[in-house]
Design a protein around this ligand. Structure first.
Ligand SMILES: Cc1cc2nc3c(=O)[nH]c(=O)nc-3n(C[C@H](O)[C@H](O)[C@H](O)COP(=O)(O)O)c2cc1C
Length: 356
């Protein structure tokens, strides 16, 4: 993931020794609290009932770039060791690519040299790297009062009804601010789990206190940068800002957000555009939705092919999979959005330092 001033490189495989990340460009002097980072990684484990039975401590080991509790400005390397690995089953299915997973194209791309155990480098486990990189970005944004919060907008057919965005900051429920919708989402995930199937959903992210002026046209467009980052998360199939696709059904008179002055600041009375105009933040909350497909690994029988015999077969998976990955994707989405915003914020700060 390459911003202009900060970048990160995830490494590792699901069933290899470790997963981790190299984060470059983070300025010195950012306070790092190991407990907070562990807390973020814990959020990535999701709701136990619908998550893999694989038990990983996910204790991060910071190898470089942090000294006496602060970033040093040099590359930050963080590793999370894999402990609970069971690869026996993947030898059995190495020639039968899972439908919906990356097994088949990965085999082609890497000429068969890829580590296929548990999805290898394509596993959702690699999102540990995004959460860690996102933690450093969030700490940077926190200094400017910028808060990035994601919640479950939809699971399957259950949607969280609209609410005042401020409620998200106060909600005791870390998954969804509407308790009624959340219990229906749990039922939806439970019904998928019980039938050996999986279910997808939508994560909505709201960023509060976004400074106006981040981004730009064409190569600097903040919507393009956030969308491009979000599409790098495995299982993401759609991204929309503000009213997104619904704009296509509207008239300009309904779609435009009227400007007004509140407390001496320019605001818009509605926020249909999700806080971005011309690829540049307006200062209104940034609102972006990310659609996740259902977990591809399911327990129901599926048609695939045996690549060693080049013939069709039926497969029944036996591994350890999540029936719904969407709850555990919340800190991953937040991390990606935070990383892009942090990069743009640093760029803005550079201009602020010289433009009079
Ligand atoms: C947090 C997270 C966890 C995931 N866990 C699983 C899993 O347990 N089983 C699975 O089949 N896919 C899982 N995935 C999705 C696959 O990694 C992904 O669908 C696959 O790599 C193919 O990529 P694509 O869906 O982007 O095309 C997970 C994704 C995320 C974001």
């Amino acid at each position: 993931m390459k911003g202009k001033l900060i970048r990160f490189t995830p490494f590792g495989e699901s069933h290899g020794k470790a997963v981790g990340v190299l984060v470059e460009g983070i300025p010195p002097g950012i306070r790092v609290e190991l407990d907070e980072l562990i807390g973020e990684l814990k959020r990535r484990k999701g709701i136990p009932r619908f998550s893999t039975k694989r038990k990983e401590e996910d204790t991060p080991e910071i190898l470089s770039g942090v000294f006496k509790g602060f970033t040093t400005g040099t590359p930050v390397a963080v590793v999370v060791w894999n402990r609970d690995v069971d690869s026996s089953y993947y030898e059995e299915i190495k020639n039968t690519p899972r439908p919906g997973h990356a097994d088949f194209p990965a085999r082609i791309k890497y000429f068969g040299y890829n580590d296929y155990r548990g999805g290898g480098h394509f596993s959702g486990r690699l999102t540990v790297a995004v959460v860690i990189a996102g933690y450093f970005a969030k700490k940077l944004l926190e200094r400017e009062g910028v808060i990035v919060r994601a919640y479950l907008k939809r699971i399957g057919s259950v949607e969280c009804p609209p609410f005042d965005p401020e409620e998200l900051l106060k909600s005791p429920n870390q998954y969804c601010p509407n308790e009624d919708a959340f219990s229906k989402m749990i039922e939806e995930m439970e019904s998928a789990r019980k039938s050996g199937d999986s279910v997808g959903g939508i994560v909505e992210t709201i960023v509060f206190n976004v400074p106006p002026g981040l981004g730009g046209p064409w190569g600097e467009d903040i919507e393009a940068d956030i969308a491009s980052a979000l599409f790098r998360i495995p299982a993401v199939k759609g991204v929309e800002f503000g009213l997104g696709f619904s704009f296509s059904r509207m008239r300009g008179s309904e779609a435009n957000d009227p400007f007004s002055i509140r407390g001496g600041r320019v605001v818009t009375e509605t926020n249909n555009h999700g806080g971005v105009l011309g690829g540049i933040t307006t200062g209104m909350p940034l609102v972006v939705r990310t659609a996740f497909k259902p977990t591809p690994s399911i327990y129901l029988p599926q048609r695939t092919v045996d690549l060693s015999r080049m013939e069709g077969v039926e497969m029944r998976l036996r591994g350890r999979f999540d029936s719904c990955i969407v709850p555990k994707a919340l800190p991953v989405v937040e991390g990606m959005v935070a990383f892009v915003l942090a990069d743009h914020l640093l760029r803005r700060k550079a201009w602020e330092g010289v433009v009079r």
